[in-house]
Design a protein around this ligand. Structure first.
Ligand code: ADP
Ligand code: MG
Ligand code: MG
Length: 526
């Protein structure tokens, strides 16, 4: 796939066609909860009751079928890999302790784990709702080279958009049928014009269904059932969504909550991070996590799973009791999604260590060499910035603006907006980061995705032009942690759980939908 092949996709629209399409997308989105709370910069919503459409592309974006299938196909291997890392405290601890010397946030997380370990964990099950993110890489130096699937990062905490992404796939299918029904000429151009080089994308197979809502909710349900019977005198068991407050992406989370209730009969409650210590308590001895809803504080609901959609950024831990609150949750008998160890397994330094060519690490966690090789194939070059030989080499690359322009510099952070790109790397490292802290960063080669054309509908306005896509694949993994130093634990459930396509303007470095740069998209397989 090169930039020129799909240059006539999507079609140019007349103002009338565009108006019709925008109305179709907008109304369907609101009717189906493909929505976010409005940006406070645009709309005043003091009561927190308004909704607006999530940014979406007008059309699904072409995506190479082979790469899509490979990304979905290796998700269970990635689940196994990261749950194996979270179960291997010794291996992970070596990496984390190095980082903890210069990164206070990582140090606090590690201390939280160590404190609970000293006391003994009250729960041996862990749940991961993961998301592995990729871009398509094109080697521009080699004409007609095959597109390759390359991993951007692996998320182990608060992997979002599984709720909205099922909906955007359904939206694009709806757009297709609307156009087929009432705008025959337009559709003929889109799908049947013989000069139009997009393959006929009429058949269902090219617009894959996206089961992310049902599979992620099924993962939560499986863990809730594995929790077993109440450990306290509480009469009600429930799942607790730990959330930010305010949260613009609330409907994404609500889709999972409603699915849990309608399909599995499991109730979920929402707890803002800052209310952990006010609204929850631990039962004596069992450490069952008891939730006291503010509207009925004398009621005690026993929590089977704490699903973290918050708690991944240092800015959430500014309150003096914030770390006490995280410790309180980790000590509890609730299943953590994720545990602190699983959270730490997702740091970018782990990805860099795994990606080191010829390293024995992958085969430690993935016993089947063919599977390990497929995973290895998705890695791009990632270097440490420490005092090792590879680290010193990478420092040279980063300190020369000419070579730095092929890289992105990443700290051990989540949630977007933390990376430094290209020529900004050299002055940033030189002037802003003391040398002893360089080892808390990794230097990653930039993936070079093909440019496509698409239009993004954001806040009622259309932005058209050159865009690039980032594919995320969700994974569900439930496992039992090893007891003491014996054994390696056991995986109870391991599944691929649907996908996410985010599309952003070619020139925008960060692709987060919530951060306002990206948009929700779906694939049309080519
Ligand atoms: P975060 O955990 O904050 O989401 P990411 O590693 O996903 O951090 O980086 C944020 C964004 O930066 C990605 O969504 C992607 O758009 C861009 N990005 C990250 N790594 C690369 C890379 N190697 N090549 C090209 N773009 C990248
Ligand atoms: Mg990311
Ligand atoms: Mg991330």
């Amino acid at each position: 796939m090169t930039s020129s092949i799909y240059s006539d996709y999507p079609p140019q629209l007349t103002p009338e066609q565009q108006k019709c399409l925008v109305a179709t997308l907008t109304d369907w989105s609101i009717a189906h909860g493909l929505a976010v709370r409005p940006s406070p910069a645009l709309v005043s919503d003091p009561l927190g009751v308004l909704a607006t459409t999530a940014p979406v592309t007008l059309f699904p974006s072409p995506f190479p079928k082979r790469c899509f299938e490979e990304a979905l196909g290796i998700q269970t291997a990635y689940n196994e890999l990261y749950s194996g890392i979270a179960r291997d405290e010794e291996w992970l601890g070596k990496i984390v302790e190095e980082l903890a010397e210069v990164d206070d946030f990582i140090a606090k997380l590690w201390d939280t784990h160590l404190a609970v370990k000293r006391e003994c964990y009250a729960q041996d099950l862990s749940l991961g709702l993961f998301r592995s993110d990729y871009m398509i890489h094109i080697d521009h130096a080699t004409p007609n080279s095959n597109p390759e699937l390359k991993q951007v990062e692996f998320n182990t905490i608060a992997s979002s958009f599984g709720g909205l992404s099922t909906q955007v796939s359904a939206l694009h299918r709806h757009v297709k049928s609307t156009l087929q029904g009432s705008h025959a000429n337009f559709t003929r151009y889109l799908f049947h014009n013989p000069a139009y080089r997009l393959p006929p994308i009429i058949n269902q197979h090219s617009f894959p269904q996206n089961p992310s809502i049902s599979r992620l909710a099924a993962g939560l349900a499986a863990a809730a059932i594995s929790y077993g019977s109440p450990k306290s005198s509480s009469l009600e068991l429930a799942v607790l969504f730990l959330v930010q407050d305010p949260e613009r992406n609330v409907f994404d989370q609500r889709h999972l909550e409603y699915q849990l209730e309608s399909e599995h009969g499991i109730r979920a409650y929402r707890l803002p991070f800052h209310r952990i210590l006010t609204d929850t308590a631990l039962a004596p001895e069992t450490r069952a996590l008891l939730y006291h809803p503010p509207e009925a504080p004398s009621t005690a609901i026993e929590i089977t799973i704490i699903y973290f959609r918050a708690g991944y950024a240092p800015s959430e831990y500014t309150h003096p009791d914030a770390w006490l609150a995280r410790l309180h949750l980790e000590r509890s008998a609730a299943i953590k999604c994720p545990s602190v160890l699983t959270h730490l397994a997702g740091v970018k330094k782990v990805q860099q260590v795994l990606a080191t060519p010829g390293s024995p690490h992958l085969s430690r966690f993935l016993r089947d060499p063919a599977v390990a090789q497929r995973v290895q194939g998705t890695f791009t070059n990632i270097y440490p910035l420490d005092e090792s030989e590879a680290g010193l080499g990478a420092q040279k690359l980063a300190l020369d603006p000419e070579t730095a322009k092929g890289f992105v510099l990443k700290p051990q952070r989540e949630g977007g907006g933390n990376n430094i790109y290209r020529t900004a790397i050299t002055p940033y490292l030189r002037d802003k980061v003391p040398k002893e802290r360089w080892k808390s960063y990794i230097l990653m080669e930039l993936i070079n995705p093909p440019s496509l054309n698409n239009s993004i509908l954001r806040n009622g306005k259309i932005e058209s032009g050159s865009v690039i896509g980032e594919l995320g694949v969700f994974g569900v993994c439930l496992w039992r942690n090893p007891k003491g130093k014996d054994g390696s634990g056991e995986i109870l459930k391991n599944e691929e759980a649907g996908y996410l396509l985010r599309t952003k303007g070619r020139e925008s470095e960060e692709g987060g939908v919530a951060a306002g740069f990206g948009s929700m998209d779906s694939v049309v397989l080519v």
